[in-house]
Design a protein around this ligand. Structure first.
Ligand SMILES: Cc1cc2nc3c(=O)[nH]c(=O)nc-3n(C[C@H](O)[C@H](O)[C@H](O)COP(=O)(O)OP(=O)(O)OC[C@H]3O[C@@H](n4cnc5c(N)ncnc54)[C@H](O)[C@@H]3O)c2cc1C
Length: 487
C-alpha cells in the first residue's frame, strides 16, 4: 500500500519522484490552502457552470465583465501570489512555476490555464518587448499581491487552430502609437485578461505562417477614459473546465504593440505555445494522479463479494500498473520542463538542445493528455455507476481531461510537429543519445530503426503511419526516463 499512498497528495507524489524540490515550504502552504479552502471554492465554481458576461453598465457603457462567484478571484489570485508567474522571471527558472502548477492542478486543473497564459504573456514581453513596453506593462503582470494582472494568448480563429497560417485573418495596420488590430479570435481563454498576446498578419505581409506577427494587446485603450480596446462577444458554454472563461473576442482597430521582429512572429508564437504545451503535460499528469487518488479512496471503502474492491486481484493489479504508468508519464512531462528550463531564453536561430526540447515537448503533450483521459475514464469505472454522477469527482476529472488533448494543439498536431522536428532537425538522434545512458541498447536500436523506417516513407504514407510509431516512442521515452527519476 505504501506506493499507492504517494497518490494521495500532489506534494507527496512530487517528493517521491524528484530528488530536490525548490521552495518546498511554498508548495506545502499551497497544498494546505487548497485542502482547507480551495477545494470548496473550486467545487462551487465548477457547479455554478459557465459564468456570464455583463456587457453594459448602468449608464449603457460597454464594460464586458465576466461575472464569476466572488470567490473565483480569491482562488485565482492565490496561485498568482504564490508565484506561478513572477517566480519565473524573478528566479530566472520555470521549475518553481511548473511545480506550483502541478500542486494546484491536483485540486483544480482548469485554473492552471489562466496561470499558463499569464506566463505566456509575461515571458515574450520580457524577452521581446521594447524597454518602454516592458516598463509600462511587465510590473503589473509580476505583482505579488491581488492587484496582479492576468495575461492571455489568443491565436485561434474561426477558420481553425491547427493551420494557423490559413486560419488567422486578423490584420494589423500601423497606428499613431504602435499598431491597430482588426479581427475575431474564436477561442480566447482568460477572456477578461488585462493583457493578451495576439497573433495577426501585418498588412502586406506574406501569406502562411511566415507572415504572422505577435502583438501585445491591452484590455483598455491608452486614452485612460476606461474605454475597451477589445470586446467579448460571448463565452463558450463548453464541456471541461469552468474555472477558465473561454470567449470570442472582437478586435476593432484595437491598439497593439509589436513583440520582436515582425518577420519572426511565428517563432514567438511557437515559443508561447511551448510554454503552454509543457504546462498542459504537467496538468495532465496531476489530473491523472487526482483521478487515481479518488479511485483509491473509493476502492478502500466500497465492498463487493465480501471484501474491499481494492483487495480484488484484478483491480489491485490495475492500480499497480497504472501507478507505474503515472510515474512514466510524470517523467516524460518533467523532462520537458527540465529541457524547457534550459532553453526558454533562447531566440532564433535556436540551439540543437532547443530542437531536442521540442521533440520531448511534443511527445509529452501527446502522451500525457492521452494518459489523463484514459485514467479519468478508468477512475470513473472504478466508482461504478456512482462515478457518472456529478456529485463525485470522477465525473469532473473526466470532463476536465477531455480538453487536454485538444487545446494547445491536438494530438494530431503533436504527432505531425514531432515528425517535422525529427525530419528537419534530426531531434530523435539527440533523444536516443540521451536515452542510451539509461535504456537497454537492443530496445533502443529497435525503436531507432522503426523511427528511421517511418522517416524514409513517402510523405502521405509517413503521416498515415506516424501515430503508432510516435506512441511507441512516447511510451518508451516515458518508461526509460522514469528509471532516471527513480534513482
Ligand atoms: C476550451 C478551449 C479553450 C481554448 N483556448 C484557446 C486560447 O486561449 N487561445 C487560442 O489561441 N486557442 C484556444 N483554443 C483553441 C485550440 O487551441 C484549438 O481548438 C486547437 O488548436 C484545434 O484547433 P481547431 O479547434 O480549430 O481544430 P481544427 O484545426 O479545425 O482541426 C480539426 C481536427 O482536424 C485535425 N487536423 C487538422 N490538421 C490535420 C492534419 N494535418 N492531419 C491530421 N489531422 C489534422 C485536428 O487535429 C482536429 O482533430 C481553445 C480551445 C478550447 C476547446
Amino acid at each position: 500500500m505504501a506506493l499507492l499512498d504517494t497518490l494521495r497528495s500532489p506534494l507527496g507524489f512530487l517528493q517521491s519522484r524528484l530528488p530536490t524540490i525548490p521552495h518546498l515550504d511554498v508548495l506545502a502552504a499551497e497544498q494546505e490552502w487548497w485542502k482547507t479552502e480551495g477545494v470548496a471554492i473550486s467545487g462551487t465554481i465548477d457547479r455554478a457552470g459557465t459564468p456570464w458576461v455583463r456587457m453594459f453598465d448602468q449608464s449603457g457603457r460597454r464594460v464586458d465583465e465576466i461575472l464569476y462567484p466572488r470567490e473565483y478571484e480569491t482562488m485565482l489570485r492565490k496561485g498568482s501570489r504564490s508565484g506561478v508567474v513572477w517566480r519565473a522571471l524573478e528566479e530566472k527558472s520555470l521549475i518553481p512555476a511548473y511545480l506550483l502548477m502541478y500542486t494546484i492542478s491536483f485540486y483544480d486543473p482548469g485554473v492552471c490555464c489562466p496561470y499558463t497564459v499569464s506566463l505566456g504573456t509575461a515571458v515574450p514581453l520580457a524577452k521581446y518587448g521594447s524597454a518602454e513596453l516592458q516598463a509600462r506593462f511587465l510590473p503589473q503582470l509580476l505583482r505579488k499581491d491581488d492587484s496582479v494582472w492576468q495575461g492571455a494568448t489568443w491565436m485561434t480563429e474561426v477558420g481553425g487552430g491547427s493551420d494557423l497560417g490559413a486560419g488567422i485573418k486578423t490584420i494589423a495596420r500601423p497606428g499613431a502609437d504602435g499598431w491597430l488590430l482588426t479581427g475575431d479570435k474564436y477561442f480566447a481563454s482568460n477572456a477578461a485578461a488585462e493583457l493578451a498576446v495576439v497573433a495577426a498578419r501585418p498588412e502586406g505581409a506574406p501569406p502562411g505562417v511566415r507572415g504572422l506577427a505577435l502583438f501585445l494587446v491591452p484590455r483598455y485603450r491608452k486614452n485612460e477614459d476606461g474605454s475597451l480596446n477589445r470586446f467579448i462577444r460571448r463565452l463558450k458554454d463548453k464541456i471541461a473546465t469552468r474555472s477558465v472563461p473561454t470567449g470570442e473576442i472582437e478586435l476593432r482597430d484595437s491598439e497593439a504593440y509589436l513583440l520582436g521582429p515582425a518577420d519572426a512572429g511565428i517563432y514567438l508564437i511557437l515559443e508561447v505555445l511551448n510554454l503552454s504545451r509543457v504546462a498542459n503535460s504537467v496538468v495532465s499528469v496531476a489530473l491523472a494522479q487526482r483521478a487515481m487518488a479518488d479511485a483509491l479512496a473509493y476502492g478502500e471503502c466500497r465492498t463487493a463479494f465480501g471484501k474491499r474492491i481494492l483487495e480484488h486481484p484484478l483491480l489491485r493489479r490495475q492500480f499497480d500498473d497504472r501507478l507505474k504508468s503515472l510515474r512514466s508519464a510524470f517523467a516524460l512531462a518533467w523532462e520537458s520542463v527540465r529541457l524547457l528550463d534550459q532553453v526558454w531564453m533562447e531566440r532564433p536561430p535556436y540551439s540543437e538542445r532547443y530542437h531536442l526540447f521540442r521533440l520531448v515537448a511534443h511527445l509529452a503533450k501527446y502522451w500525457t493528455a492521452e494518459f489523463a483521459v484514459d485514467t479519468a475514464k478508468w477512475a470513473m469505472e472504478v466508482h461504478g455507476g456512482l462515478g457518472t454522477l456529478a456529485e463525485y469527482g470522477a465525473e469532473r476529472w473526466l470532463r476536465e481531461a477531455m480538453i487536454l488533448a485538444i487545446w494547445e494543439g491536438t494530438s494530431h498536431r503533436q504527432i505531425l510537429d514531432g515528425l517535422e522536428v525529427m525530419e528537419r532537425k534530426q531531434a530523435h538522434k539527440m533523444l536516443f543519445a540521451q536515452l542510451a545512458e539509461i535504456a537497454p541498447a537492443a530496445e533502443l536500436q529497435e525503436m531507432e530503426s522503426e523511427v528511421q523506417r517511418l522517416l524514409n516513407l513517402p510523405p502521405d504514407q509517413k503521416e498515415a503511419e506516424a501515430e503508432a510509431v510516435f506512441r511507441r516512442l512516447a511510451v518508451l521515452s516515458a518508461e526509460q526516463l522514469s528509471r532516471k527519476y527513480s534513482q
